[in-house]
Design a protein around this ligand. Structure first.
Ligand SMILES: Cc1cc2nc3c(=O)[nH]c(=O)nc-3n(C[C@H](O)[C@H](O)[C@H](O)COP(=O)(O)O)c2cc1C
Length: 263
């Protein structure tokens, strides 16, 4: 299944937002599209995303370290995984980022949240089947037009949005020998969001494939780095697709995550 090209364009538009304008409600047609995207985009078994078009009670009333409260979200997504699946985290990252980019393409704002929320409150709203766990949530809606001083402070005045250079995250084939699609795929992957902006990925390049692995340096914070790597997998595939390249994912065992091989 090829991914929507609007998602590639949405990569550069997406930015985590934490202050919402509750006076701007999500239009019924957009609500419908989000429900449809959540039920249609199921590329892997064992993970699902549910959309809740109502204010998320006190789910976001929890600060964590430098992450202060998320405020006034009129709706939210729940990212749910079957924890008996060894690949649940990367599958969740890949699928969840699809929905985040779909929301972005529809003009909405979002923020992956795996730390600064109350799982207890969320679990009272989200119905889980045996073996399932809520892995993360995201507020959605229209963020305030003005980014307040407080919201700027949470992001370290832009530092939390900065990405490392590609040279720090690649190995294998020399850059001078990369086919064009590889540069585009890696640039899209480099722009992926990650918990605490830790960017815990490494990309091993071969002529016809890119292997994503976890970089073990840096804090875990009880959020799997494989979740971040799954997000990078989706971005990578979108970048390749933008150059007309389709491929297939093979899920791998630790510390590797998955290999994208061109068809
Ligand atoms: C898996 C994951 C978990 C995250 N958890 C939180 C969180 O608990 N609270 C929060 O405010 N932001 C959270 N973020 C947002 C990141 O801080 C943000 O994506 C990163 O700093 C990059 O900034 P950007 O999304 O604006 O590009 C999370 C992001 C990811 C991908």
């Amino acid at each position: 299944m090829s991914l929507p090209q609007e998602w590639y364009a949405a990569i550069n538009l997406r930015r985590s937002r934490r202050r919402y304008d509750r006076s701007k409600s999500i239009e019924p047609a957009v609500v419908e599209k989000l429900h449809r995207a959540c039920s249609n985009f199921r590329p892997f078994s064992g993970v699902r995303i549910e959309f809740f078009p109502e204010p998320p009670a006190d789910i976001f009333a929890h600060a964590f370290g430098f992450y202060s409260l998320i405020q006034n979200a009129p709706a939210f997504f729940a990212f749910i995984g079957d924890m008996s699946d060894n690949h649940v985290q990367e599958k969740m990252g890949y699928t969840g980022e699809g929905i985040i980019l779909e929301a972005t393409a529809l003009g909405l704002d979002t923020c992956w949240v795996a730390l600064s929320y109350r799982p207890g409150s969320a679990n009272s709203i989200v119905k889980l089947s045996p073996g399932e766990k809520l892995i993360a949530v995201s507020p959605t809606g229209y963020a305030t037009d003005i980014i307040t001083f407080e919201e700027k402070a949470i992001t370290g005045f832009g530092a939390m949005h900065k990405r490392k250079p590609l040279s720090t995250m690649v190995s294998g084939l020399e850059q001078a020998q990369w086919p064009t699609w590889i540069g585009c795929a890696l640039e899209a992957a480099r722009l992926s969001p990650s918990a605490t902006n830790r960017q815990p990925w490494n990309f091993h390049i071969e002529n016809d494939s890119i292997t994503v692995s976890v970089k073990n340096r840096g804090m875990e914070f009880n959020v799997s780095k494989r979740l971040d790597c799954g997000i990078a997998m989706l971005h990578l595939e979108l970048g390749a697709g933008n150059q007309g390249i389709q491929g297939e994912w093979e899920l791998l065992e630790q510390p590797a995550v998955a290999r994208f091989k061109i068809k």
